[in-house]
Design a protein around this ligand. Structure first.
Ligand SMILES: Nc1ncnc2c1ncn2[C@@H]1O[C@H](COP(=O)(O)OP(=O)(O)OP(=O)(O)O)[C@@H](O)[C@H]1O
Ligand SMILES: [Mg+2]
Length: 240
């Protein structure tokens, strides 16, 4: 009885947070399978891949795509870690029903001798999570620290895939700063919202940093919240 109630609560939570499960719509499941396949084939010959998820603006679906790509990769038994690098407005932990602290910022700031890497296992989806942590006064300073690069390099020794969720490119330059360790970037665009000029600026900034752009995720949100589960669509276009 209690088990059934918990299962129902989980279902509602997963649907609200747009998490990929066996209850998700066929379109959503197929779109993430396609995305997973395209990401895997976009980086041939590489074993341990670090994928950065970016978009031009806030609210275009980066974190949703990042979390679901991580879940989708774990579904085919890949060892996956998701890192929330949006230390200004972190959402990865909340989407997964986890605590956001301690996390990346606490580790990088290392203020109270915080040496232990804050990796938390999410047993529901079989992924490891590094939440963003305590909101720091200057996130960019932490992102550009040598420890951040070292951390991603070290994670590559452990995981098949590291999915990194970033803040928007036209707002802060955090994502481009890590282009030497991110093997490939996916740019999320939101149907009817992302403007061409904003997309141009995003690509320009990533190109300027010599970033390897793998392609675009075309995200479409329904207008009304009530119908989101039924109508949500994810498409992926490989563009190069
Ligand atoms: N395809 C979709 N269908 C329905 N809702 C969606 C879809 N994609 C994203 N959302 C919802 O839109 C909101 C913003 O999504 P998300 O947090 O993934 O965007 P973001 O780009 O990471 O935002 P931010 O730049 O603030 O970090 C969330 O409430 C999310 O659940
Ligand atoms: Mg986000």
């Amino acid at each position: 009885m209690f088990g059934k109630k918990k299962e129902k609560t989980n279902k509602v939570f997963n649907a609200q947070k747009m998490l990929l499960t066996s209850d998700s719509s066929f379109t959503m499941q197929e779109s993430f399978k396609t995305l997973r396949t395209n990401v895997t084939f976009s980086l041939p010959g590489k074993k341990n891949r670090c994928i950065g998820i970016v978009s031009a603006n806030r609210g275009e679906g980066k974190s949703t795509v990042a979390v679901n790509l991580a879940i989708s990769l774990a579904q085919i038994d890949k060892k996956v870690c998701i890192v929330d690098c949006d230390m200004r407005i972190p959402t990865v932990a909340a989407k997964l029903g986890m605590e956001n602290r301690p996390g990346l910022s606490d580790y990088l700031a290392d203020e109270e001798g915080y040496k232990r890497l804050p990796v938390v296992k999410n047993n529901d989806f079989n992924i490891d999570v590094i939440p963003a942590g305590t909101i720091p006064p200057d996130p960019t300073k932490l992102i550009e620290s040598p420890q951040m690069e070292e951390l991603l390099t070290a994670l590559k020794n452990v995981y098949d895939f590291i999915v990194v969720d970033f803040p928007p490119v036209t707002v802060v330059s955090d994502s481009a700063m890590l282009s030497s360790v991110i093997d490939g970037y996916l740019i999320v665009t939101l149907h009817g919202s992302t403007e061409t000029s904003q997309m141009d600026e995003t690509i320009r900034q990533l190109n300027f940093a010599n970033a390897n752009v793998l392609g675009f995720v075309y995200n479409s949100k329904p207008a009304s919240r009530k119908s989101y589960k039924k109508n949500s669509k994810y498409y992926y276009y490989e563009y190069r």
